[in-house]
Design a binder for this molecule. Structure first.
Ligand SMILES: NC(=O)c1ccc[n+]([C@@H]2O[C@H](COP(=O)([O-])OP(=O)(O)OC[C@H]3O[C@@H](n4cnc5c(N)ncnc54)[C@H](OP(=O)(O)O)[C@@H]3O)[C@@H](O)[C@H]2O)c1
Length: 180
């Protein structure tokens, strides 16, 4: 057990900050999915119930990761347990559960969705944000949290300038922010 791992958030966003539309992500960028898998492999992941529901059934729980899912609904609690997730009543409880299942992990990753990222930022729960910027205009109904420059600093961009080009032709960049 490692009770004090750093807590990071990981998401992909379009230019406007859109992260979701109609319960899904309005793009398919295989390089971002590979980045997500590589970053979170072996680490506990924390998500809201809607993000859990957005995962195709055959991919959940996400393998080689403890999946902690937040719900306020008692009936959903049992359904999540039956599906191989660890349910939690709140974000702080979810992070505590994730910390207690950390094994040799380096980070607890909060993986969405919009409501959970917002709480993680506002409540000061996350210290790190791994953000895939997509060079794309997309409309949607769910947005990334605002990272106030007084509290968050961009520490790394890959590439440092411009974009990498996906096999789909879309430009993308991996940005890392840390809480000051
Ligand atoms: N672009 C990306 O990287 C990315 C990543 C993840 C998700 N997404 C997108 O984000 C969207 C989903 O985000 P969302 O904000 O609508 O939903 P969400 O955050 O995934 O889930 C919200 C649900 O989580 C539970 N919950 C959250 N906070 C809670 C709290 N403090 N106490 C109790 N329960 C809590 C509630 O479940 P109950 O209703 O069961 O009580 C709530 O309805 C989807 O479109 C998804 O595709 C995008």
């Amino acid at each position: 057990m490692n009770g004090n791992l750093p807590v990071g958030m990981i998401w992909a966003q379009a230019r406007s900050g859109v992260i979701g539309a109609g319960g899904a992500m309005p793009w398919h960028v295989p390089e971002d999915l590979a980045h997500f898998r590589h970053s979170t492999q072996g680490c506990p992941v924390v998500m809201g119930r809607k993000t859990w529901d957005s995962l195709p059934e055959r991919f959940r729980p996400l393998p080689q990761r403890t999946n902690v899912v937040i719900t306020g609904d008692a009936a959903t609690f049992g359904r999540l347990t039956d599906s191989g997730a660890l349910p939690a009543h709140s974000l702080p409880e979810a992070v505590e559960i994730a910390q207690s299942h950390a094994g040799g992990a380096h980070t607890v990753w909060i993986m969405g969705g919009g409501s959970v990222y917002a709480e993680a930022v506002d409540a000061g729960i996350a210290q790190l944000a791994s953000v895939t910027q997509l060079d794309l205009d997309a409309s949607g109904d769910t947005y990334a949290p605002r990272l106030d420059p007084e509290q968050w600093v961009l520490v790394e961009s890959e590439p440092e300038q411009g974009w990498q080009i996906s096999s789909t032709g879309l430009g993308y960049r991996f940005d890392t922010y840390r809480r000051r």
